[in-house]
Design a binder for this molecule. Structure first.
Ligand SMILES: NC(=O)c1ccc[n+]([C@@H]2O[C@H](COP(=O)([O-])OP(=O)(O)OC[C@H]3O[C@@H](n4cnc5c(N)ncnc54)[C@H](OP(=O)(O)O)[C@@H]3O)[C@@H](O)[C@H]2O)c1
Length: 324
């Protein structure tokens, strides 16, 4: 038996139950990882609430962890016991040990510690594909990052600046605004006090931005569309404030022949060769200082509900991790 956080029924943070659960050995193509640090991500709250229904309760929550391989299943040649690894896209990470498909696992470079790995893999791979694959950001672009002080937001901000873009960020308090500015953004808007559409128009001489990266969802829609130039791209990659409701597609025509995409990380990481490439890009960005992983909150595994309350209560910046 081992300790884990189990979702017994869909609901608020109170449904997270710290309990002893049975363990199993890795099957064919799987590895057993002893978790040293576990990433907390907004997707964990959607799965807990049942907004994303990938598994019926009861299930062990968690999509990201870093630690050491304890055992490998039949047919696994790339990993051996003792390897330092990090993994994502797999339920069951809020636990002392997790059985993971080997295809989801990356070897961790020696220079990156378990806490930084667990705080950055899922969020960093997301920033990698958003800036390099959803849209190739470069020096000729001006972009808007909503909730730029968050886990994905801070990584997006730093990486986009390295790519030479002009970066406008939004954040929900004066302290968060200062943090985003310290991470390199050219302009930062406190969107709880200021009209972010008007401010973006001012910063861009009325032209609008090329791309808006929006993980906030309901609260910033459709206003995010009004920050775009004609033919601009709205990247809706999350729903921290709630899911965007169905809308009239004519809106895109009226607001300037806009493009819209609603991407998800799994579509990239399901291909092993893309995951390896993304991992190399992210680890390279961390090792060379292009991005600095901000693990700003640590909780014991048993206190996962408190971590969720802080994340959903907009009390966090950067990454939050759990320690088993
Ligand atoms: N599609 C993908 O592939 C993918 C992958 C990873 C993450 N995501 C998405 O990326 C977004 C960021 O994830 P994260 O884990 O890094 O979280 P996070 O950004 O650290 O936390 C969410 C932030 O959203 C802002 N927010 C605005 N309105 C909110 C509300 N009503 N309730 C809660 N938060 C609100 C808050 O910042 P302020 O206080 O500054 O407003 C909050 O800190 C999430 O939407 C997540 O689902 C998507």
């Amino acid at each position: 038996m081992m300790n884990a956080i189990v979702v017994r029924a869909f609901g608020g943070p109170e449904v997270l139950s710290f309990e002893a659960v049975p363990e199993r050995l890795p099957g064919p193509g799987e590895v057993l990882v002893a978790n040293r640090a576990i990433g907390v991500n907004f997707i964990d709250t959607y799965l807990r609430e049942g907004i994303y229904k990938s598994a019926p309760p009861p299930f062990v929550l968690g999509n990201e962890g870093a630690g050491e391989i304890e055992a490998v299943g039949e047919g696994v040649g790339d990993f051996a016991p003792g390897d330092r690894v990090v993994y994502t896209s797999n339920l069951g990470a809020y636990a002392e040990r997790t059985v993971v498909p080997a295809k989801n696992v990356l070897k961790l470079p020696g220079a990156i510690g378990f806490e930084d790995a667990a705080g950055s893999l899922l969020k960093g791979l997301t920033a990698e594909y958003l800036l390099h694959r959803t849209f190739k950001v470069g020096p000729e672009h001006t972009i808007l990052i909503q909730a730029a002080a968050g886990g994905v937001g801070l990584l997006l901000t730093q990486w986009a600046k390295h790519l030479g873009a002009t970066v406008i960020g939004t954040a929900g308090s004066p302290e968060k605004v200062a943090l985003v500015r310290a991470n390199g953004a050219d302009h930062v808007i406190d969107y709880t006090r200021e009209n972010f559409v008007e401010r973006v128009r001012e910063f861009t001489d009325g032209k609008g931005v090329d791309v808006v990266y929006d993980g906030v969802g309901k609260a910033t829609f459709p206003a995010s569309l009004d920050t775009l130039r004609p033919l601009g791209l709205f990247v809706s990659y999350g729903n921290a404030s709630g899911v965007i409701e169905a809308f009239d597609i004519l809106l895109l025509s009226q607001k300037g022949s806009l493009y819209v995409t609603r991407p998800t990380l799994g579509v990239y990481t399901n291909h092993r060769e893309i995951l390896l490439e993304q991992g190399d890009n992210l680890f390279g960005a961390i090792e060379s200082g292009i991005v600095n992983v901000a693990v700003n909150a640590r909780y014991e595994l048993k206190d996962a509900a408190d971590a969720h309350r802080a994340l959903e209560g907009r009390k966090t910046t950067g990454a939050t991790i759990l320690l088993p």
